[in-house]
Design a protein around this ligand. Sequence first.
Ligand code: Q46
Ligand code: ZN
Ligand code: ZN
Length: 313
Amino acid sequence: MRCRVCRQPAVIDIRRHNANFCTEHFLKLCRDQVAKAIGEFDMIDPSDRVLVAVSGGKDSLALWDLLLDLGYQVDGLYLGLGIGDYSHASRDHARAFAQQRQAKLVEVDLPTDYGYDIPTGAKAARRVPCSACGLSKRHLFDRAALEGGYDVVATGHNLDDEAAVLFGNVLRWHTEYLGRQLPVLPAANGFPRKVKPLVRLGEREMAAYCVMRGIDYIVEECPMAVGNKHLGYKDALNAIEVTSPGSKHDFYFGFLSRAAERFRSQATAEQAELHPCPSCGAPTTADTCAFCRLVVRAGGQAPVPVQLSTGPR
Ligand code: Q46
Ligand code: ZN
Ligand code: ZN
């Protein structure tokens, strides 16, 4: 097995590209794929201040590392979800990486700052944990970005994640979600711009990237993920990928180039109904936003209105 670029012994094969790579050229491939995604979808301008959502897992730490290496101005944001030892360990990995790369890590802690944690909050609000968690994360990432004067929030969703979400949305024909399942969502109506620069890279490549770069990430999965539907969708797509390499890529990028536009009107219609939440100021289509309702039902402290940053800090 030889590297496609230099013909030296290879350390990884990527069947989707029908090619093998040595360490040096694999790392270059990862940087090139991220740069290509950023350029192709106009995700980040060199003058932008970027906030990367960091969980301590392989994808988010690899993304932070890649964006730093590509020369972007990027800080990390860690959200403490109060999921027992898992949260402590993931926070330690995020902090260790920040220290190692001399990068700034912003921290928000749900139990300390909002008075609830995901396991008890989800139960009180009668939501499945990942639903309460996803909703809390989206709200707090937006808020941290707006308050910190960041132009863009970057998340570590990779090709496997996006293909699995797309698969689930198609399976159930959630057309309103299909209209906004894009690698970049422009800033609008009080939301910061959101980007997913890892969409051209798969899960296995991100794990390999971290190992080759010596990035110590949390390997354990979140204990609340058990029974999560997306894991089943990932398994199904992995089974297809084994016999037909490149299927995930074609499914996701084919959707972007040939189908996404057809669902746009639904997402746009929903956007038109947005107005500020009377309690926290975040955009919502309901009377009170879903985050404020969750906090109240979970017995936490109601959030204060967002304080917009007047410039970089
Ligand atoms: S952290 Fe939160 Fe994930 Fe854990 S509770 Fe579910 S959504 S699985 S990325
Ligand atoms: Zn090589
Ligand atoms: Zn609110």
